[in-house]
Design a protein around this ligand. Structure first.
Ligand SMILES: Cc1cc2nc3c(=O)[nH]c(=O)nc-3n(C[C@H](O)[C@H](O)[C@H](O)COP(=O)(O)O)c2cc1C
Length: 215
């Protein structure tokens, strides 16, 4: 019997109807639960769910930034209030052992809603510490699965590869937070006609079903 783990599932597509990334994250989370025998009852794996596509977290503002720059004991009530959601999001990140993100490509990179989430959780007093001037992430030992969807093909070897700022950005920012075990599963060419789209979705689904058994 493997140890029960807590999974944080985050969807960031702006749409619900017809969203491929939501469909794929759901498929994976269900398969992961049943592969581990954690589907229901007392043994159900704890899943924390955030839908930042439908309920976006706010962009950080002046009071948030002032709070970030102020030691916790010196923060005003207003500063505490501005950073309260960030603390809640961070508690979820620390409580979970693994993370599943549904991430459509928007304008060559992640959706603004996911960027707003990242701005809320990358914090020098919680996710990072600076040792000899270098950031050390505190989410060490956690792993992330990013299920990403897009209309076109940005794979290595294509002319478009240099315009893909999604995977490189997420890899870099996760590393800063200490998350080094990151897997990407891709469904792309979703605008290349029904046949290519279905093949791409089937392939991503097969990869996810196989990964769910070992992840
Ligand atoms: C605002 C916006 C920007 C997009 N930009 C890109 C892009 O730069 N490259 C791309 O291949 N697809 C782009 N797309 C297409 C989406 O990545 C694609 O429709 C994907 O399936 C969306 O995920 P979803 O199905 O979960 O909603 C964009 C879609 C939207 C709505």
């Amino acid at each position: 019997m493997t140890t029960r783990r807590t999974l944080l599932h985050i969807d960031s597509s702006a749409r619900v109807q017809g969203s491929y990334s939501r469909q794929l994250t759901q498929t994976f989370v269900q398969a992961w639960q049943s592969a581990n025998g954690w589907q229901s009852g007392e043994d159900a794996a704890p899943i924390i769910y955030r839908d930042i596509g439908q309920t976006p977290v706010p962009a950080i503002d002046e009071t948030w930034a002032a709070s970030y720059e102020t030691e916790p004991e010196a923060r005003t009530g207003e500063m505490e209030a501005a950073i309260a959601l960030s603390d809640e999001l961070l508690d979820e990140l620390f409580a979970a052992d693994c993370y599943v993100f549904g991430v459509p490509m928007y304008n060559l990179t992640i959706p603004a809603t996911l960027k707003a989430y990242i701005d809320q959780v990358v914090r020098r007093d919680r996710t990072l510490e600076f040792i000899n001037g270098k950031p050390q992430g505190r989410l060490k030992g956690k792993k992330a699965l990013v299920i990403t969807t897009r209309k076109f093909n940005y794979r290595e070897g294509t002319d478009a590869a240099a315009r893909n700022f999604l995977e490189p950005y997420l890899k870099a920012i996760f590393k800063i937070m200490g998350i080094e075990d990151v897997t990407f599963v891709l469904a792309d060419q979703l605008a290349a006609g029904d046949e290519v789209r279905d093949m791409s979705l089937d392939q991503a689904e097969a990869e996810l079903l196989s990964l769910a058994k070992t992840w």
